[in-house]
Every structure is written in C-alpha cells, then in structure tokens.
Design a protein around this ligand. Structure first.
Ligand code: FAD
Ligand code: NAP
Length: 340
C-alpha cells in the first residue's frame, strides 16, 4: 500500500475545507481493504473512511489514518424477466451508477439522480430524494469488519435502514468498511414516482405526457440544478441537518402559532422541513464571514471560500440554537463531523 503523509484533503471534501490527513492511502481492491484492516489490528488508531467527501465536515486535521475508497466495477449478478441484481464497487460514483442503469433501462434509482458521492456511502444514511430511498432497491452489501478482518454480508434487514439512517451510523459505527453494494432494479413495468415536489410540474414543462424513467431522471436533474448549489462552484454538503420528526401534539401547538408551518406525516410523527424552520429564523442567505446558509435552500450550509471546519461548525450550532429557541425543536446534523 502506498501511504502518504500530511495529505491535503481540500479537493476530497465538497465543503472544500483544508485539512491535512496524517497518513493517507487509496484503496483500489479487496486486498487493499484487508491490508488496511491488518495495519489497524497491529497498531490501533483512528480511521477516517473517505468516499466522495460530500457528507463530511472536517473540523481540523485528521489524526491517524485516512482511507480513500476507490474500489470500482459494475456487474450483473443475476436477472429474471422482471428484475436485475446489479453489484457496484463502493468507489463507483453514485450518479454514474444511476446513468448506467438508465442506459440499460433499469428502473428504481432515477429519483436519486445527481446525488453526489460514492456507492459505498449510499447505505450509510440510506440516501433519499424525491420520495425514493436506497432501501427501496437495496438487496445487500459486502463489508469488512475492520477489528477482525472478516468479510460480512448484510441484507436489508441487517442494515436497519431508517430516515437518513442505518446501523452503520449507530451500533456498528466505525466498525465496517463497505466494499460493494447490490441493488435489485426493475427490467420492465417500471414504477414511476412522480408525485413528489415539482416532478410532475417539471415533466409538464418538459412537455412529456408519457414519462419514462429517463424523463423522471431528467426532471430531477433539472430541479436539482435550479435549486441546489453546485459544490464545484460553492462548497457545501447538501442538507446540513436532517428534517426533524416531531409528535403530532407538538406539531399542533406550533401550527396554532405558525399556521403556515409545513408538515408531512411519517411513521414516527410529523416531519417538518428543517429548511423552513431555519428560514423563519432569518438565516436564509445570511452569512457570517466565509460561511452562511444558502440563499435558495436555507438547509444548505455553504463555504463562500476559505472557511475552516470550525467556522462551519460554529455557524451550524448558532443556527441550531436559534431553531431550538424559537420552535423548541432540536435539529440533528445529517453531515458526518470528523472528529465526532
Ligand atoms: P463521504 O462524505 O465520503 O462519507 C460519508 C460518511 O460515510 C462518512 O462517515 C464516511 O466515513 C462514511 N463512508 C464513506 N464511504 C464508506 C465506505 N465505503 N464504508 C464505510 N463507511 C463509508 N444525500 C441524500 O441522501 N439525498 C440527497 O438528495 C443529497 N443531495 C446532496 C446534494 C448535494 C449538493 C450534496 C453536496 C450532498 C447531498 N447529499 C444527499 C449528501 C451526500 O451526497 C450523500 O450522503 C452521499 O451518499 C455521501 O457520499 P460520499 O461518498 O461523498 O460520502
Ligand atoms: P423540498 O422539495 O423543498 O421539500 C422540503 C422538505 O420537505 C424535503 O426535505 C422533504 O423531505 C419534505 N417534503 C416535501 N414534499 C414532500 C412530500 N410530498 N412528502 C414527504 N415529504 C416531503 O426539498 P428540496 O430541498 O428541494 O429537496 C428535494 C429532495 O432532495 C428531498 O427529498 C431532499 O431530501 C433531497 N435532498 C437531500 C439533500 C441532502 O443532502 N440530504 C440535499 C438536497 C436535496 P425529505 O427530505 O424527507 O424528502
């Protein structure tokens, strides 16, 4: 393995925050993953597993090891007339996988178009957008248990997926390196999800009356490009906080005070868009030094240039305190903060 020292991670996190990795290595195959596990067993130390860095806030230099996951490959594991099981290496780009699926006319992930990052990170928070989550098409994954060097297979149940959650963010945090993910996609009779947000309107604007999965993907891409800041232009990690789910009684009380408060029923209660709460606190488009909340989507914390991770975190905590004070709701970061 080729280790390097004091590697600048600015180009490897979409916030574009400068942080030095004490020791950095690129993992290209399963043997590299096993060798990494061996190093950790011989000399236990902190390990940052890095995918596309699009859901990661580095608040300082990274002590210990940083392993950049670049395992590649997309293959068909099996297929029936209705479905295809596709396995992708953890280091594949998620959006490239979506485009690959669309080119073969495989359905199920078109609503997840243009989500940055890697395939291997997708199960971490059960990525979701426009009414579809990874768990809807997830079959299984393969991961190495770092403390023992054993390969393990996880099915959907074992991953304990929830809203932007999985077992890998909780009970099994920092224990596994995900090497590949297998999805079950449709080969025919695709089920389209066009009822969410602006998708139907955008399809109408595109003058599409009989949408295909390719049209849905194009509509999602169009909406995302019009609304979300491109990390290549302005540093960000998408939604900084999760949308909180509150109890119906609390929602009712808030609705009495704020009749326009949006809410969506879920199995856990009522989901309130965090972006709305943040906007009501006056943070939309507001900036403190090099960091701020985006002017089109208040849930997105942006680096206007040259910000440190500490400055971004301080802003996030200020926003969280304001939402708590005004609405009595505690926001939880969706972005992974390192060190935690
Ligand atoms: P990283 O940021 O590199 O890592 C995220 C976490 O996973 C870290 O804790 C890391 O240690 C861990 N990790 C990464 N790879 C592995 C692995 N192979 N094995 C074990 N652990 C690993 N997310 C959504 O869910 N829906 C959206 O619609 C969405 N839109 C976004 C839009 C923008 C503009 C941006 C910048 C981000 C958006 N995100 C969205 C967040 C982000 O893109 C996803 O969470 C994505 O899955 C992160 O992938 P990554 O490879 O960049 O992960
Ligand atoms: P939006 O459409 O302005 O809606 C705001 C929030 O309300 C969304 O986050 C969404 O929750 C919820 N919502 C809206 N319509 C809903 C419905 N019909 N049913 C249930 N919940 C509904 O959101 P946006 O910011 O433009 O994002 C669009 C989609 O992309 C959302 O799914 C969002 O999660 C996803 N996205 C995620 C990230 C990220 O970093 N995680 C970044 C950008 C966009 P949900 O989040 O549960 O869908």
């Amino acid at each position: 393995m080729n280790w390097s020292a004091n590697t600048d991670l600015s180009a490897y996190n979409t916030f574009g925050i400068r942080a030095l990795a004490e020791r950095y290595v690129v993992l290209r195959d399963r043997a590299d993953v096993e060798a990494l596990s061996e190093v950790l067993r011989l000399r236990p130390q902190p390990l940052l597993v890095l995918g596309g860095g699009s859901n990661l806030l580095l608040t300082g230099d990274v002590q210990g090891l940083t392993a950049h996951v670049r395992l590649k490959g997309i293959s068909v594991v099996r297929q029936t007339a209705e479905h295809v099981w596709v396995r992708a290496g953890a280091g594949e780009s998620w959006h490239e996988l979506v485009l690959h699926a669309l080119a073969q006319d495989w359905g199920g992930i078109e609503n997840l178009s243009l989500i940055p990052g890697t395939v291997g990170a997708a199960p971490m928070q059960n990525i979701g957008a426009y009414g579809v989550e990874l768990k809807d098409v997830f079959d299984s994954l393969e991961a190495l248990h770092l403390p023992t060097g054993q390969w393990q297979h996880f099915d959907r149940e074992a991953c304990q997926f929830g809203y932007r959650e999985s077992v890998f963010k909780h009970a099994l945090r920092h224990q596994y390196l995900i090497a590949s993910v297998t999805l079950r996609l449709s080969r025919r009779d695709h089920i389209l999800h066009t009822g969410y947000g602006d998708i139907a309107q955008t399809l109408a604007d595109m003058q599409v009356s009989h949408p295909t999965i390719q049209h849905v993907s194009q509509a999602v891409i169009r909406i995302r490009q019009s609304k979300l800041p491109d990390p290549a232009i302005i540093g960000n990690c998408g939604s900084f906080f999760k949308n909180p789910e509150i109890q119906p009684a609390q929602y009712q009380q808030l609705q009495d005070r704020y009749p326009r408060i949006p809410g969506y029923p879920t199995a856990q209660g009522i989901k309130v868009p965090a972006g709305w709460l943040i906007e009501q606190c006056g943070w939309k488009g507001r900036r403190i030094g090099p960091v701020g909340m985006h002017d089109r989507q208040a849930l997105v914390l942006v680096n206007h240039g040259g910000a440190t991770g500490a400055e971004a975190w301080a802003l996030a905590m200020q926003v969280r305190a304001d939402v708590r004070e005004r609405f009595g709701i505690e926001l939880t970061p969706e972005v992974n903060v390192w060190p935690a």
